[in-house]
Design a protein around this ligand. Structure first.
Ligand code: ZN
Length: 160
C-alpha cells in the first residue's frame, strides 16, 4: 500500500532513488517499446477483470504529469493515442477508460481499461484487483497478441 504516512520512504519513491521502476531500469511485462513510454500487459492467470487491461509507463521518472516538460508530455500523449487506438481495435471496446494514480508506485503510468457492454462494472467504478475468469483470460491473451502485432511493426523482409 501507499507509504504516505512514512514521509522519508514516500519522498524516496517520488524522487526516483527509491522508485522500483527506476531501480530495475524498466517495468516488467513490456509488450511495446514506444518513443516516450513502455506498454505493459501481463498474461498470467487469473487475468484482469476487463480483458485488454494494460498500463503505459513513462520512460522518464515523474510522479506527477506536470513534472514532464511540455515536449515530454506531448510525446507521452502521442504514445497514449497509439495505445488507446490499438487496444480499442483489438478489444472492440465500446468505450476506453483511462486512469492515472501512482498512489503505490509514483512513477507516471496510465491504466487503460477497454469497456464492454455487460462488463462487471457497467454501472459502477472499476475494481481492477477483481480476478478475471478463464474465458476472460483467453480473450485477454488474444487482445494482447493483437496489440503486440499492432504496435511492433514486422522487421523488414530481407531477401534471401
Ligand atoms: Zn521511477
Amino acid at each position: 500500500m501507499a507509504q504516505w504516512g512514512d514521509a522519508e520512504e514516500w519522498a524516496g519513491l517520488v524522487s526516483s532513488e527509491g522508485c522500483p521502476i527506476c531501480r530495475q531500469g524498466k517495468p516488467v511485462n513490456i509488450i511495446a517499446d514506444l518513443d516516450a513510454s513502455w506498454l505493459v500487459m501481463g498474461d498470467d492467470a487469473p487475468g484482469p477483470p476487463l480483458p485488454g487491461t494494460c498500463a503505459l509507463f513513462s520512460k522518464r521518472h515523474a510522479a506527477e504529469l506536470h513534472e514532464l516538460a511540455p515536449d515530454e508530455a506531448c510525446a507521452f500523449m502521442r504514445d497514449v493515442l497509439l495505445v488507446s487506438a490499438a487496444v480499442q481495435a483489438a478489444s472492440g471496446a465500446v468505450k476506453m477508460n483511462y486512469e492515472v494514480h501512482g498512489n503505490t508506485i509514483p512513477h507516471l503510468h496510465m491504466h487503460f481499461f477497454p469497456r464492454q457492454v455487460g462488463d462487471p462494472f457497467e454501472h459502477g467504478p472499476i475494481e481492477p484487483r477483481q480476478a478475471g475468469t478463464p474465458e476472460g483470460l483467453r480473450r485477454h491473451r488474444e487482445i494482447r497478441d493483437d496489440v503486440i502485432r499492432a504496435l511492433n511493426p514486422e522487421p523488414a523482409m530481407v531477401p534471401a
